[in-house]
Every structure is written in structure tokens, then in C-alpha cells.
Design a protein around this ligand. Structure first.
Ligand code: PLP
Length: 291
């Protein structure tokens, strides 16, 4: 945190050590809030309208009003990006909105102001060897609730699952509900078979990932077969390639699952093609030729 010069809290830009939130904030007491993570490449906010519309959906689902217009959000993000030492380097914006401060009671308090917290930090890319060789994952029972489509700050199950993966020498847990893959602890999942992509359909059991949607969009634009269909757990062991996607990890090959190699155990050609297309899209975006 030391290198953050300022954060945004409830209308103010402050050094992080001066930003204070009440111990009675419902985010702290109940995990009653939602968040977003938005990458900024070359100083430009990547897929901002998509992130803001997912934020709207998360807020509506927990019955909170969006405290800012799209323009106001953009102003806050831009000021935080400009305030960092490397304003034009790759950054990520973290934003969190909680229901606000009130005496502890499960029922919603009337007429309280939400707590709004935003900061920017340098984007930590996956190490190049992870991209080249792929990473290990484990499978684990999806012990989360039934509204995983809400980007809720209550991430206890996700944290337990990711930690389980780390302790088993893996980087991600692939979550399985009723024999079907939902997503990763903090990522979406793609399976490749005979050159075609399959990713689980959107619904209450997965977060509608912005990177997932972009991969689907690029695949369709480039004539790469891509289905949004249930992924049975057996499809992982018969897949040629498995990938995870997220705004910060981008598109990462998973080359071992539960200690077994995926396909030939190496990062595959379909990943190489998709990652090249993704980087091309990102470059066009940085140059203002894509949104
Ligand atoms: N699924 C979960 C549970 C996540 O936490 C994330 C991102 O952190 C994703 C999927 C990927 O979403 P995005 O591509 O929008 O980062």
C-alpha cells in the first residue's frame, strides 16, 4: 500500500493512511457491499461501459442505488490514475460500495449514505513463465451461495478455495457444482476441444466476467467456434486445453489439473492464437481504435 499516493473515500481524495471507515460500516460487519476491478491500459479504462453496467447489475441485485453517474465515476478514476506516479502505465482500479454505517441490524437501515471507496494500483501481470508454461489448478466443490453473479465483497468462500489451491501448489481452484464446472475462485473457465471453445453459460452460479465476454466476442468475430454450454467435470480431463480468464490474469493456460496434465501438458496453439488476438485488441484500444 505504501506506494499509493491517494485514495478516494466518500467524496475526498486522501493519503491512504488518512482514509478511515467506521467499525459499524455494514461492509465490515456484514460484507454488505459490492465491488469492481477495472484495468487501465496506457491510461485508458478498458471496457469501462461493461464494468459500469455490471456494477449497476450488482447494485440493483443488493438494492443499492448507484451513488454516481458514469461521468462522475470516470472523473474519479481518471483523477486517481493521473495521481499515480506512472499515470500512463498499466493500472487497475478497485472500487467498493457498501450500504454504509448504521447500528448492527440485519434489516436495511433507512436513509443512510453508502460508503464509496476507490483506489488505483499498478497492474500485477502473471509472470511470463506462467503464460509460457501454464499453471496448475485443482478442482473443488463450489461451496458458495446461489448469487455468484453479484460481484459481492463477501468473498470468504472464494478466499478459502483460492487458499486451498495455493496450499496444494496450484494457482486457482476450478469450482464444481453438481458435476458441472462453474468458474474459478476468481476467474472464468474455458475448455478447448478440437479447436472449439466452450465456456459455462451465464446465470446465478458464475460472475459474468468482462474478460470472458471479450474472449467470446473475439472468438466469434474471428470465426473460432465458441459455445456457452455446461462444462461437465469430465470435459476437463478430455480437453486439449483449459484456460482461466480475468481482468488481471487476462487469459492464462491451465496445464495441470489435480496433478494430471491437461492435453499434452503444455500451453496450446488455440491459447496462443487467442492471446495474440486479445493483445491485438488491447493495442488497438490503447491507440483509441477499439473500446
Ligand atoms: N469470477 C470470479 C469469481 C471473479 O472474482 C472474477 C474476477 O475477479 C472473474 C470471474 C473474472 O471477471 P473479470 O474478467 O471481469 O475480471
Amino acid at each position: 500500500m505504501a506506494n499509493l499516493s491517494q485514495v478516494y473515500l466518500n467524496g475526498q481524495y486522501l493519503p491512504p493512511d488518512q482514509a478511515r471507515v467506521s467499525v459499524f460500516d455494514r461492509g465490515f460487519i456484514f460484507g454488505d457491499g459490492v465491488y469492481e476491478v477495472i484495468p487501465a491500459f496506457g491510461g485508458r479504462l478498458f471496457r469501462l461501459p461493461h464494468h459500469l453496467s455490471r456494477l449497476d447489475a450488482s447494485l440493483a441485485a443488493i438494492r443499492l442505488r448507484n451513488p454516481h453517474t458514469a461521468q462522475e465515476w470516470k472523473t474519479i478514476f481518471t483523477r486517481l490514475l493521473d495521481g499515480t506516479e506512472n499515470g500512463k502505465s498499466d493500472q487497475s482500479i478497485y472500487l467498493q460500495i457498501t450500504r454504509g454505517v448504521a447500528p448492527r441490524d440485519h434489516a436495511f437501515p433507512a436513509n443512510i449514505a453508502p460508503t464509496v471507496f476507490v483506489y488505483a494500483q499498478p497492474l500485477k501481470y502473471s509472470p511470463p513463465e506462467q503464460l509460457a508454461q501454464g499453471v496448475a489448478a485443482i478442482t473443488a466443490a463450489d461451496i458458495r451461495w446461489q448469487r455468484c453473479d453479484i460481484k459481492a465483497i463477501a468473498l470468504l468462500a472464494n478466499a478459502l478455495l483460492r487458499q486451498q489451491a495455493i496450499e496444494q501448489g496450484a494457482v486457482e481452484a476450478i469450482l464444481v457444482r453438481d458435476g458441472v464446472v462453474t468458474e474459478g475462485a476468481a476467474s472464468n473457465i474455458f475448455v478447448v476441444k478440437n479447436g472449439a471453445l466452450v465456456t459455462p453459460p451465464k446465470g446465478p452460479f458464475i460472475l459474468p466476467g468482462i474478460t470472458r465476454d471479450l474472449v467470446v466476442e473475439i472468438a466469434r468475430a474471428k470465426g473460432i467456434a465458441c459455445d456457452e454450454l455446461p462444462v461437465k467435470i469430465e470435459m476437463l480431463s478430455s480437453a486439449d486445453e483449459v484456460w482461466l480468464t480475468s481482468s488481471t490474469k487476462e487469459i492464462l493456460p491451465i496445464t495441470r489439473i489435480d496433478g494430471q496434465p491437461v492435453g499434452d501438458g503444455k500451453s496450446g496453439p488455440v491459447h496462443a492464437r487467442m492471446f495474440a488476438l486479445y493483445k491485438e485488441y488491447k493495442q488497438a484500444f490503447i491507440q483509441g481504435k477499439a473500446d
